[in-house]
Design a protein around this ligand. Sequence first.
Ligand SMILES: Nc1nc2c(ncn2[C@@H]2O[C@H](COP(=O)(O)OP(=O)(O)OP(=O)(O)O)[C@@H](O)[C@H]2O)c(=O)[nH]1
Length: 216
Amino acid sequence: MTQDTPNPESIRLAGIVLAGGRSRRMGSDKAALDWEGEPMLARVVRVLQERCDPVLVVAGERSAAYQGIDDIRGRAAPGIDRDRVRWVTDEQEGVGPLGGLVAGLAAAADAGAQYAFVCATDMPLIAPGLIDELRRGLTGSTQAVIARDAQRDHPMAGIYRTDTAPVIADLVAGGERRMLGAIEALTTHRVGVSEPDWLVNVNAPEDLHRLRAVSR
Ligand SMILES: Nc1nc2c(ncn2[C@@H]2O[C@H](COP(=O)(O)OP(=O)(O)OP(=O)(O)O)[C@@H](O)[C@H]2O)c(=O)[nH]1
């Protein structure tokens, strides 16, 4: 069956922010870390809301991020429309971001979205332009469009069809834990993005210090 290439401008995109995990290398909850005056999670949600509806924040109840998420839920976060944010809990704890991806895609499908832009909470330089460039890479048969830079593929920055949730759930059930495992199993298109900074993520305090120094 051939599928028509969707019109990139008319695709309704949900947003998924993977925000669980342990933040072991950082030593504190990455979602709650300050970036230019706001928690990183709040920043990422605010940027996604420029292109995605709803935005789904996915984390496990025991994850380090829960504190940060609760802070953002409880506090007035400027620029965020809280009615368009949903909070999704990992179905299975401890299987890492791939488990969060399954829960997020299933929730996005329930919300009526055919596609979802997926990213991580630890990407403080993310911008709507990244979503626009990925969206233009979608064709009818594409199950995932992910960003790549000169070094590598970035499955944490991609648009996924929401009907791939069961495929990825099967991978997780089979023991797969790598995000790359998902894109190897799907019909994936890679897009070289014009601004590699959009893809920068911070894992440890030194990453954050370095990025703050160069962003000044
Ligand atoms: N929903 C969900 N998100 C996760 C999970 N594990 C990691 N993430 C998110 O996926 C992104 C990349 O996570 P990693 O840096 O690989 O893992 P981490 O647990 O955050 O950090 P480390 O403990 O230092 O490995 C981050 O935005 C995390 O918040 C998980 O089990 N569930």
